[in-house]
Design a binder for this molecule. Structure first.
Ligand SMILES: N[C@@H](CCC(=O)N[C@@H](CS)C(=O)NCC(=O)O)C(=O)O
Length: 209
């Protein structure tokens, strides 16, 4: 398979990891060249901004030079580029249900990335604990919903748009917010993740700090 696309990414970005997992799971890794970019709100990267004015990764540059972002759009595009079972249901109630769960997993990542910026980038004197707690509570509420699904055996080990997002979100919490100790309060979700994180596509994309 020829390399025809370039992914602006970082191996530590949970949003970029979703794209990598999908590429692995659908046998498309050879189509994409990976280009490392490490943006932050305080450290803009000119080449990234030229491709995505929001200055965020992932961004996917296609063969004709056009650019896709954000991760949701990229996953949707790449999911329509392989002949296996779609990872995003194409229609029906399942489509909206799985996309909504994927959105909730993204919300965990959004809050965890903001917490990381607050505690790592922002000067100590300017940090605001109330705001930080608010982000932590968003994560906790989302985890409670996933724990509920895992308890009712409604979370399958099968890769799809929702489970990929959830796996990447939990992997990012382990990487950047280990003090949240989410497994202590969410044992069914912890059991689910113990199995899911051993999938080849997850193992191949594990973030290393
Ligand atoms: N909604 C976006 C979120 C992407 C995102 O927040 N990426 C972070 C890295 S994990 C980023 O590029 N941050 C740089 C910045 O905010 O300036 C997506 O799904 O792709």
């Amino acid at each position: 398979m020829a390399v025809t696309m370039t992914l602006l990414y970082s191996p530590l970005s949970p949003f970029a990891r979703k794209v990598l997992v999908l590429l692995h799971a659908t046998g498309q890794t050879d189509r994409v060249k990976l280009q490392l970019v490490q943006p932050a709100p305080t450290q803009p990267v000119a080449e990234l901004n030229a491709n995505n004015p929001a200055g965020k990764i992932p961004a996917l540059i296609l063969a004709d030079g056009s650019v896709l972002h954000d991760s949701r759009v990229i996953l949707d595009y790449l999911d329509q580029q392989h002949s296996g079972t779609p990872l995003i249901p194409r229609s029906g109630p399942q489509r909206w249900q799985r996309l909504t769960l994927a959105s909730l997993a993204d919300a965990i990542m959004d809050a965890a990335v903001l917490m990381r910026y607050e505690s790592f980038l922002r000067p100590e004197a300017l940090r605001w604990d109330v705001w930080l707690d608010g982000q932590g509570q968003k994560i906790e509420r989302a985890l409670q919903q996933f724990e509920h699904l895992a308890t009712g055996a409604e979370l399958s080990q099968q890769l799809d748009i929702a489970t990929i997002g959830l796996g990447c979100a939990l992997g990012y919490l382990d990487l950047r917010q280990p003090d949240l100790a989410w497994r202590q309060r969410h044992p069914a979700l912890a059991d689910w993740y113990a199995g899911f994180s051993q999938q080849p596509a997850l193992l191949a994309t594990q973030p290393q700090a």
